[in-house]
Design a protein around this ligand. Structure first.
Ligand SMILES: [Zn+2]
Length: 302
């Protein structure tokens, strides 16, 4: 990895369009998505789902203020059985899938649902949302959640592709009309000029048109700072305010202790099925890390 060519990669950028009362997120996750995909041996239609899920989970998680783990999961009765991704408040991301069939199916999901959870530890309340999958599309499902459940107009544009070296790259932008006019977290105390709803709608449509003009070239270009993309896109007239980007990295929370406690909780028959040549080999579904235990490791209850 060449860091000088990679300094604007794997980052999520938080921004606001002050004059339009819109908040936004922009992200570019080339190596991160490729690293996560490389740990598995999924067919390409699943790799694309993983890339989409990583992008959507990263964007979604950054809309919350939390200390802990954000997770996004889908369960379906279609070819893609399950997709899961989680993002920690430190920017650690992991993802995995289960599916049926190596060939790209006509319908990915069929009937199913998407659930997201913000888990801040045992002493704090969990926050959870659930939505039916829409139009066989993860993006549509997330958008549907914001528009219907939260009643926050939300626009999303995703860029997902493989480059000429067959490396997956992903990038995205999200725009949201600020919940409650003029209630920007950072700008709470600033006096605001009330806008009529016609102006608000026109502002929103204007921002959406701007976002739709983004190109693959600028969104995938690791040498181009997202700050510059945003300023180029929204100029000064929309009052774009860009905050320090948050770095994302591949990170799995599996440990041999966690796996051991799962293995020890199995029935004797289940344990017997796993033992081969006096050892138990387990592979983490998320990161592909292999763990080897002895028979006495998994029978020892201490
Ligand atoms: Zn792992």
């Amino acid at each position: 990895m060449n860091d000088t060519n990679n300094q604007y990669n794997n980052q999520i950028t938080v921004f606001e369009l002050d004059k339009l009362d819109i908040r936004g997120r922009a992200l570019r996750v080339g190596d991160l998505v490729q690293d996560i995909i490389s740990a598995h041996d999924y067919p390409d239609y699943i790799n694309r789902c993983i890339a989409e899920l990583v992008v959507l989970s990263s964007l979604f998680s950054s809309l919350f203020k939390f200390e802990g783990i954000f997770s996004l999961q889908i369960q379906t009765d279609g070819a893609v059985k399950m997709l899961a991704c989680d993002v920690t408040s430190m920017g650690g991301v992991r993802a995995c899938a289960s599916y049926e069939g190596e060939d790209t199916p006509d319908t990915l999901f069929g009937k199913g649902y998407m659930v997201f959870t913000v888990d801040q530890g045992a002493d704090k309340e969990r926050y959870q949302g659930i939505v039916d999958l829409k139009n066989d599309s993860l993006i549509d499902s997330v958008q549907h959640y914001f528009n219907q459940s939260e009643q926050i107009p939300t626009g999303l544009k995703l860029f997902i592709d493989q480059n000429k070296d067959k490396q997956w790259q992903a990038s995205a932008m999200l725009l949201q009309r600020m919940p409650g006019h003029g209630e920007s977290m950072q700008e709470k105390n600033k006096p605001r000029v009330e806008k009529d709803s016609e102006t608000q709608i026109a502002d929103w449509q204007h921002a959406m048109v701007m976002m739709s003009s983004l190109t693959d070239e600028e969104m995938f270009d690791n040498t181009l700072e997202m700050n510059d993309v945003l300023i180029r896109l929204f100029h000064d007239q929309e009052g774009v305010r860009v905050y320090e980007p948050v770095q994302l990295k591949k990170h799995c929370r599996c440990t041999s202790d966690k796996l051991l406690s799962v293995l020890r909780s199995l029935s004797d028959d289940e344990k017997d099925d796993l033992i081969e040549d006096g050892a138990v080999e387990v592979r983490c579904d998320y990161c592909g890390e292999n763990y080897t235990f002895t028979v006495s490791d998994i029978t020892n209850q201490g």
